[in-house]
Ligand binder design. Structure first.
Ligand code: XIL
Length: 455
């Protein structure tokens, strides 16, 4: 059974002094990891009047994933849930469950929503792509789809990516179902239909490889200019920013500025920065600099409304599936630990604290699943620039939770206080390595994440 209770995030305890194998010093510092940088990204962004968003998967919005999504971001984009193939898999049969879940979650957490996406060549239902339609039928299908989906969420979404990826790399129009059937005017028709369905939503055209000044972004620029001249409703341009490590275009700020000068907003809509796997500390450091460069390019232009990452954790990124051998593209690793990129984003947004010192072991508590009376949790102990030969982790439950069973550690609970020590076989945590232990527990009322200390 699913619970709608808001879950609190896992916290990490930093042990800053444990620099040698023997030094399992009894330090009990209780810093929060994603908050090692202090203020959540959404608060830093809000102080600057900017969006800091993430794409999300609706079915995952619980436990640690839900906690980070709500704590760190002031805007959500459904990664797939609002695409035509998701909402109308067979003609006339609609499935809004995942989209609705994301909208409800965002509203519960005071987050903006970015609708994504109405008119695209990809992830359309097969009944649509396999049909043979006259131009009039196709135009009607498109307008009806927009009226229905935009209308469903009228007044609730801040923004819509109305048209997605209309251009080829050389700046010519992409030959799609829509272009081939309706001509280039499909774009104006789609925008006009979206405006009619929700006059308050900001309407965007969104594309990739348009972050710097190049043939494709110039084609997009010329399109937006002509739409504005014709009085077609267009409020903004989305630069997806699926970038490659070390390749942030040097003309990004200049490019954002030229769109702003046309009188439209600009958003970085799908930022990720991929690298060849495996990741290492040099690549992650480079990635942090790249993230900061993108943030700074947006922050330098007042009409750049903000940045959305395409998934906040490497465990929920499209990159490994789409670009084999590449990954580690997001600000959090697969275990929800913030990477240097996270700290770089925070710093760009004016966060004051610095990343965790090198030479530290950290303990990260997370709830991996939860049901009406029980939950499964884990603690991951990871070392970087330090190592441990034995370990002991402690925390105090805040809401009456009880450990019922543990594995890969010996755990005892006395009152609310829990202490877990390594098993005979997993006391060693080498530099660059990690150890994870798990447990089942019971809860009722709420299941807040405790502050964990590593000693
Ligand atoms: C991606 C999703 O993240 C994947 O889960 C899906 O399999 C394919 O689409 N540009 C876009 C996004 O506008 O909608 C795409 O999202 C990534 C590229």
């Amino acid at each position: 059974m699913r619970t709608s209770r808001s879950l609190r995030a896992r916290l990490t305890a930093l042990v800053t002094g444990a620099a040698t194998a023997a030094a399992a010093a009894l330090l009990t510092l209780g810093a929060a990891p994603a908050q090692a940088a202090g203020t959540p990204l959404r608060d830093l962004a809000a102080a600057k009047g900017k969006v800091m968003g993430t794409a999300v998967t609706g079915s995952k919005l619980t436990g640690t994933y839900g906690e980070i999504a709500s704590r760190e971001f002031n805007a959500l984009t459904p990664g797939n849930a609002m695409k035509w193939g998701s909402v109308e898999p067979t003609r006339g049969n609609f499935d809004w469950a995942e989209a609705d879940r994301i909208v409800t979650f965002a509203e519960a957490h005071g987050q903006q929503l970015r609708g994504h996406t109405l008119v695209w060549h990809s992830q359309n239902p097969s009944w649509l792509t396999n049909g043979s339609w006259t131009s009039a039928e196709l135009g009607q299908l498109m307008k009806d789809h927009i009226a229905l989906e935009v209308g469903r969420y009228k007044g609730r979404l801040a923004t819509w990516d109305v048209v997605n990826e209309p251009f080829n790399e050389d700046g010519t129009y992409r030959q799609t179902l829509w272009y081939n059937g309706l001509g280039a005017d499909y774009i104006a028709q789609a925008l006009t239909a979206a405006r009619a369905a929700d006059p308050s939503a900001k309407l965007y055209i969104n594309d990739y490889n348009v972050e710097g000044v190049n043939a494709k972004s110039t084609a997009l620029y010329n399109l937006v200019k002509s739409l504005k001249e014709r009085g077609v409703p267009i409020d903004g341009v989305g630069l997806q920013a699926h970038l490659i490590l070390g390749q942030v275009p040097s003309t990004m700020q200049q490019n954002i500025q030229r769109f702003a000068d046309l009188g439209v907003d600009v958003a970085i809509t799908e930022l990720d920065i991929r690298m060849q796997l495996p990741a290492d500390s040099a690549k992650l450091t480079r990635q942090a600099a790249d993230y900061k460069a993108v943030m700074n390019a947006c922050l330098a232009v007042s009409r750049c409304v903000g940045v959305t990452v395409w998934g906040f954790t490497d465990s929920d990124s499209w990159i490994p599936d789409t670009f084999p051998g590449q990954g580690a593209a997001t600000p959090y690793d697969e275990n929800y630990a913030p990477k240097p990129a996270y700290h770089a984003i925070a710093e760009a947004l004016g966060g004051t604290t610095t990343p965790p010192p090198t030479g530290a072991c950290t303990a990260t508590y997370s709830v991996t699943s939860q049901w009406n009376t029980g939950f499964t949790g884990q603690v991951r102990i990871a070392c970087s620039g330090a190592a441990l030969s034995s370990w002991k982790v402690g925390w105090t439950f805040g809401a009456g939770q009880r450990i019922t069973q543990a594995w890969n550690a010996g755990c005892t609970q006395s009152g609310a206080a829990v202490t877990c020590s390594n098993a005979s076989y997993n006391g060693t945590v080498p530099d660059g390595g990690s150890v994870t232990f798990g447990f089942n527990g019971s809860w009722s009322g709420s299941n807040p994440v405790p502050t964990v200390s590593l000693g």
